[in-house]
Write a protein that binds this ligand. Structure first.
Ligand code: HAM
Length: 431
């Protein structure tokens, strides 16, 4: 990729890597709002934030997500560090949270242990609308609960989170992938079914068929999808316990008035799942329509050397969420509320004091840092969107009263600093 890129007639020396984005200006307020919204809701459900590193031992992901998945086969950012260790940029959050859960013996704390995270993930995918190489997830993970009540509660919490952002037209789909007792039998049946179709499958599927036939069901190639239309479904092979779990989940979702459909085709693109899996999609998003997804991973903690611990979680894709919200959710852009303009350099010290006084009293305040005319300062105040301008000259300092002007309605007057603060506070609180 060229480092020199032309942008609006200007030569830019360095530009973004493909599939990566800068988030700023109006957009950043939407991001902050949504992050804050997640924190509030997850707090109420007794989740604690966890921050894990962005770079981890690559094996952590290779082993948990699975060698035959698209993420591991094609999309990992893997490199060697200076000591030759194989490290990776995290492609998702679950594996790291599981590592932390075991490493810090969090299983000794009373169950359930509930964690949430917000942060960037990396997958070297072909970028397209809604698909990035650096994207962000808000994720939640719960450890130590076997009961399907937690599956239902997580889906409920996710729905609440989305609905409070005014997002309603979403499709909730669930499935069960069984467990280590019933899946091997299904695997055998699937294997025989696929053996008859093998010549019609793509080269990736031919390879996956041998090692992990379930992954074939996840193939995005149209001709494979066509050949797999009448595939036997895992829900028909669930053992008694998995069946009971799945039926109880449905009952709880019904009781919570959550509309969902059972989609037996959902296998998810990561290998660690057991029993419940779910996806939330939005048709308006086009091809990359999954806003959030998750499921149980009851064997993962044990397979990483921890005690046998049931677990479940989900992750929301921030970029896709923002795409849906950006029209329906109007967030007030933060602007300086007051602009302090001044006449003559002799008053600079006093101006600084006023600026600090206002800022310390919680009023977003801006001023001119360079020496420019009053006219230019007023123009600047208007351009940055300030609501009130305070004008300070030598006379004002002598009298200890300051001129002010409301930029929105044109009202103006004179007031002492404390009176000004009162006036500004009243307006700031109501606007
Ligand atoms: P996932 O389905 O791979 O699951 O990703 C979850 C969400 O992240 C997707 O539904 C999508 O919204 C977003 N996403 C994934 N890849 C991209 C991308 N390249 N560009 C933009 N958004 C993307 C997981 O990551 C699991 N760790 C979820 C989980 C948590 N399961 C249990 N606990």
């Amino acid at each position: 990729m060229s480092l020199i890129k032309k942008e609006k007639g200007k030569k830019v020396k360095y530009s973004l890597l493909r599939g990566m984005q800068d988030i700023f200006s109006e957009q950043i307020y939407l991001w902050q709002y949504i992050e804050e919204h997640a924190r509030k809701i997850f707090d109420n459900y007794n989740f604690q934030e966890i921050r894990t590193p962005i770079v981890e031992n690559a094996e952590l992901f290779l082993r948990s997500i699975g060698e035959d998945t698209d993420i591991v086969e094609k999309e990992m950012y893997i490199f060697q560090d200076k000591k030759g260790r194989k490290v990776a940029l995290r492609p998702e959050g679950t594996a790291s949270v599981v590592r932390a859960y075991i490493q810090h013996s969090l299983f000794n704390n009373p169950a359930p242990q509930k964690f949430y995270y917000i942060g960037p993930m990396f997958r070297y995918e072909r970028p397209q609308k809604g698909r990035f190489r650096q994207f962000h997830q808000i994720g939640a993970e719960v450890f130590g609960v076997n009961s399907p009540s937690i599956d239902a509660e997580l889906i409920y919490m996710l729905k609440l989170f989305l609905e409070k952002l005014n997002i309603n037209n979403l499709i909730y789909e669930i499935n069960s992938l069984g467990c280590k007792n019933c899946r091997p039998k299904y695997r055998e049946v699937l294997f025989s079914f696929l053996a008859d179709k093998i010549s019609q499958l793509c080269s990736d599927c031919k390879r996956r068929f041998e090692k992990n036939p379930l992954r074939v069901l996840d193939c995005k190639v149209t001709s494979c999808k066509e050949s797999l239309k009448n595939t036997p479904l895992i829900v028909d092979f669930l053992c008694q316990d998995c069946k009971k779990h799945f039926i109880s989940l449905q009952k709880e979702l019904d009781e919570m008035n959550i509309s969902y459909t059972i989609n037996p085709q959902i296998v998810r693109g990561l290998d660690y799942y057991t029993r419940t899996v779910f996806e939330v999609t939005a048709t308006m998003l086009g091809a990359q329509n999954a806003v959030a997804a998750g499921g149980r991973y009851d064997d993962l903690v044990e397979s990483f050397g921890g005690p046998s611990t049931p677990a479940i979680g989900f992750a929301i894709g921030m970029e896709r969420l923002i795409e849906i919200c950006s029209k329906s959710l109007v967030i007030k852009t933060k602007k300086p509320f007051v602009y302090v303009a001044y006449i003559g350099s002799s008053v600079e010290r006093e101006v600084k004091k006023v600026v600090i006084f206002l800022r310390n009293n919680g009023i977003p305040t801006e001023t001119a840092y360079e020496k420019i005319s009053l006219k230019s300062q007023l123009r600047k105040a208007d351009r940055v969107g300030a609501n009130i301008v305070i004008i300070i000259g030598e006379d004002e300092i002598k009298k200890s009263v300051y001129r002010w002007k409301n930029m929105k309605d044109g009202l103006q007057g004179e007031a002492s600093l404390n009176e000004l603060l009162e006036l500004i506070r009243r307006r700031y609180d109501t606007e």
